[in-house]
Design a protein around this ligand. Structure first.
Ligand code: DAK
Length: 267
């Protein structure tokens, strides 16, 4: 991003943004010390920014990146510590995710480094992913006693198939950029320092196309899978909330924060 100091939406700190004269809006997750963990404020800023971009005819395509070292390490685990199933039910993050899901212009993800949990779910909300060779994709929520909560069980399965998705969701195994490309999760792999540039170049191509056709093309492509998604997303969300009542979730989150191995008891 050439000029991260001219924000597209004033007042954001967790999202750096820049709109240029090519009609491309560049967004960067900006919590490097916390590995870009998606705290509520970050998701709120992202949702607000995409909401503005949805209504802005000067935006034709968006690039979303986390920088050269990390895309995002998932939800901010420190925010999850005291949450109950009722808190999950009332969680404003669900609305932020809905705003991301309904963003109707092409969204290109530029992924380097860790792309985990909610980070991988955010990446899968992008329409095209370009990954650096250092990218690692994962859904390690099970290590915290929970499961993906923003569509990970559904979109991952659609994108890479049941067996590979199960390996990531059940065993928390990561997938390399190279394997992610083979599996169909990402469109292209490149050197990490080129990831944003490649995504931006692609965004410029897309932004040069007729915007209304691009919007309807995106909606049409998503229709190929959206109808199948709805039921699964609803189930996943209920299951995710239920797990916040378990001792294993409390143990998993506490173990992460105390930097130790969790001991799960099935309660
Ligand atoms: N949350 C909070 N802090 C995090 C974090 C996270 N997810 N990931 C890393 N950090 C923090 C670490 O605590 C550490 O903080 P300090 O000790 O420096 O204060 C700092 O970032 C650097 O982390 P590490 O020292 O661990 O760095 P490494 O490079 O060694 O390892 C790592 C990077 C990303 C492999 C590791 O940090 C890690 O395993 N992080 C956790 C990954 C994870 O379990 N992700 C899944 C989170 S659960 C919802 C929808 C979706 C979700 C929730 C709700 N709704 C719709 C309601 C999603 C849930 C998830 O994503």
């Amino acid at each position: 991003m050439a000029n991260p100091h001219a924000p597209y939406l004033d007042g954001c700190t967790d999202i750096l943004s820049e709109l240029d004269d090519k009609y491309v809006l560049s967004l960067r997750l900006n919590r490097p010390k916390a590995r870009n963990a998606l705290r509520t404020q970050l998701l709120h800023e992202l949702a607000q920014t995409l909401g503005k971009a949805n209504r802005d005819e000067h935006v034709r395509c968006v690039v979303l990146t986390g920088g050269e070292k990390v895309f995002a390490a998932g939800a901010d685990i420190t925010e999850m510590a005291d949450k109950t199933p009722v808190d999950v039910l009332n969680d404003p993050r669900a609305d932020h995710w809905a705003a991301i899901r309904t963003f109707n212009k092409p969204l290109i993800g530029a992924v380097n480094g860790f792309c985990l949990g909610g980070g991988n779910e955010l990446a899968m909300h992008c329409d095209i992913l370009i990954a650096g060779k250092n990218a690692q994709f994962g859904q390690p929520e099970i290590n915290l006693g929970i499961i993906p909560g923003a569509g990970g069980t559904q979109r991952l399965t659609q994108m890479i198939g049941k067996s590979k998705a199960m390996r990531m969701v059940l065993a928390a195994q990561f997938m390399s950029a190279e394997d992610a490309e083979k599996a169909g999760l990402v469109a292209e792999v490149c050197e990490p320092e080129l990831t944003y540039d490649k995504a931006y170049a692609l965004a410029c191509v897309i932004a040069s196309k007729p915007p209304v056709a691009a919007r309807l093309a995106k909606e049409s492509v998503l229709k190929a899978s959206d109808a199948l998604l709805a039921e699964g997303l609803a189930f996943e969300r209920k299951a995710f909330g239920t797990l916040f009542a378990t001792e294993d979730k409390a143990e998993g989150v506490a173990a992460f924060m105390e930097k130790r191995k969790p001991v799960f008891k099935g309660r």
